[in-house]
Write a protein that binds this ligand. Structure first.
Ligand code: GLN
Length: 487
């Protein structure tokens, strides 16, 4: 069952060859056998999932739930609201918070008959690139448990890699879907800004982030987008733009012009990883695509601009966790000032505090022009550079990350962690779509390639990756699980 894709499972359920309940129970058994080992889950809802599956199965038998993924179980990053389930954002601040409502993506998936299994581990408030900044401990990489799973959607990537659910929802503010996908050998898309509703997503940096699918293959990602995209009256930044993603992925790609981003193949990128990405071009040429190297000298702006803007937005978004409106309330306070200070000091971890300090600094009167305003200008420059590149190329190819998954506890300085996002953040600054997909291995560890397209080319990007996945099998590889007899 776990060798076939979400869409095939959905078809089998519809035909009555499998029942939603059997699929859900088998997936829970698989999770029970594996989980705990990689620390990929924060909450599992076994009873709730079985109850949903029973209800959906009856509905399917009555001819309801016609979507491609009806009856198919999935998992959710723990910064997305699921009614009645804990939502911690992997923070002590929200350790006991139970969401009173569903995020729009969850409402839509429930309506389509999808089954929610539980919530996945992540970097606290989605701040991090390794999955180590979680109050509940680091998520381990299933390809080598001494290594990180990536971040911030660490648990969602591991769950997708281990087939613990047929897809995961993650969020991407500066690479948090794509980078863990690359480290764990799975496929994921950060959509064009506004394509997916952020209602019910705990905000980290609102102008940059999107919820998106992570799964074995591009086909599954397309099927999920069909269910979650579209205008939402609860999120005014959503756009009224509907395409049929799953129906768009069998088009040929003859004549496709690929620009290969030369800056991402410097000596900062691992040699084997870079070579694997370049081989993607050869494969796509087989389908009639053309590729050439080009330069887009914006890399010196992207990381600084991203960290200034995202921290500025985070410092404002996280002001609500003060022990009064939301979040942990300290027991050690004699007055209101102490209540705020102690609640925030006890509730937030180091990285979150660092971002709040940085964000508050760059927005303060004396520094606003020098940092925040300058970063906004850099953001415009990045946008323009992409616009220019897309006059010549249909898509841009680069590695998703400079290196393969690092060892746990090996990154000491925060700034070194930020460099791990070197190839992903530009896309968020420009609001563009990008897909990360497995393109081979380096010393047994997965390597990820990234395809970036102009705004609203999401379906086209998934189509290209789907064509690639028709004649390669990197995405089909599963990590050899360390505990015996489990898979
Ligand atoms: N690693 C980046 C950061 O720490 C991106 C995080 C994300 O996409 N949520 O900000």
């Amino acid at each position: 069952m776990f060798d076939i894709t979400a869409v095939k499972i959905g078809e089998k359920i519809k035909k009555g060859e499998l029942s939603a309940v059997d699929v859900t129970v088998a997936t829970i058994d698989r999770i029970n056998a594996l989980s705990g080992h990689y620390n990929e889950f924060i909450t599992l809802d076994v009873q709730g999932a079985v109850a949903q599956a029973e209800r959906v199965q009856k509905g399917i038998e009555r001819g309801e739930f016609l979507s491609a993924l009806a009856g198919v179980p999935f998992v959710v990053k723990d910064n997305i609201c699921v009614k009645g389930m804990k939502m911690t954002c992997a923070s002590k601040m929200l350790e006991n918070f139970v969401s009173p409502y569903d995020a729009t993506v969850i409402t839509r998936l429930r309506k389509a008959g999808a089954i929610i299994l539980g919530k996945t581990n992540m970097d606290e408030f989605a701040m991090g690139s390794t999955g180590e900044n979680s109050y509940f401990g680091a998520t381990l990489n299933p390809y080598d448990e001494r290594r990180v799973a990536g971040g911030s959607s660490s648990g969602s990537a591991v769950a997708a890699a281990l087939r613990e659910g047929f897809y995961s929802l993650g969020t991407d503010t500066g690479g948090s879907i794509r980078q863990p996908c690359a480290y764990c050998g799975v496929t994921g898309i950060k959509t064009t800004y506004g394509v997916v509703s952020r209602y019910g997503l705990v905000a980290h940096a609102s102008s940059l982030e999107q919820i998106g699918p992570m799964a074995v293959d591009a086909e599954t990602c397309a099927a999920v987008l069909d269910l979650i995209c579209g205008k939402d009256k609860f999120d005014s930044t959503t756009v009224d733009y509907n395409v049929e993603y799953l129906n768009s992925i069998s088009n040929d790609i003859k004549g496709l012009k690929i620009g290969v981003l030369s800056e991402s193949f410097s000596d900062k990128t691992d040699k084997t990883l870079g070579d694997n990405v370049l081989k993607v071009c050869d494969t796509l040429k087989y389908f009639g695509a053309q590729a050439e190297m080009f330069s887009m000298p914006i890399t010196q702006y992207t990381l600084p601009a991203y960290y200034v803007i995202s921290s500025a937005e985070a410092s404002s978004n996280l002001a609500r966790y003060d022990g009064v409106r939301y979040g942990l309330r300290s027991n050690f306070c004699n007055n209101i000032e102490e209540l705020y200070v102690n609640s925030r000091s006890e509730g937030f971890g180091d990285e979150v505090k660092r971002r709040i300090l940085l964000g508050t600094l760059v927005l303060s009167a004396g520094y606003y022009d020098d940092y925040y305003k300058l970063a906004l200008r850099a953001r415009e420059t990045v946008k323009k550079a992409f616009e220019k590149a897309f006059e010549k190329y249909d898509v841009i190819l680069s590695p998703t990350t400079p290196k393969v998954a690092p060892k746990i506890n090996s990154i000491i300085k925060p700034i070194d962690m930020y460099f791990g996002d070197a190839y992903t953040v530009a896309v968020n600054l420009a609001g563009l779509p990008a897909v990360s997909f497995p393109c081979g291995f380096s010393d047994g560890l997965p390597t990820g390639a990234q395809l970036i397209g102009p705004a609203f080319s999401d379906a086209k990007l998934l189509n290209i990756v789907h064509q690639y996945q028709q004649i390669t099998d990197y995405h089909k590889k599963t990590p050899e699980c360390k505990k015996e007899g489990q898979v």
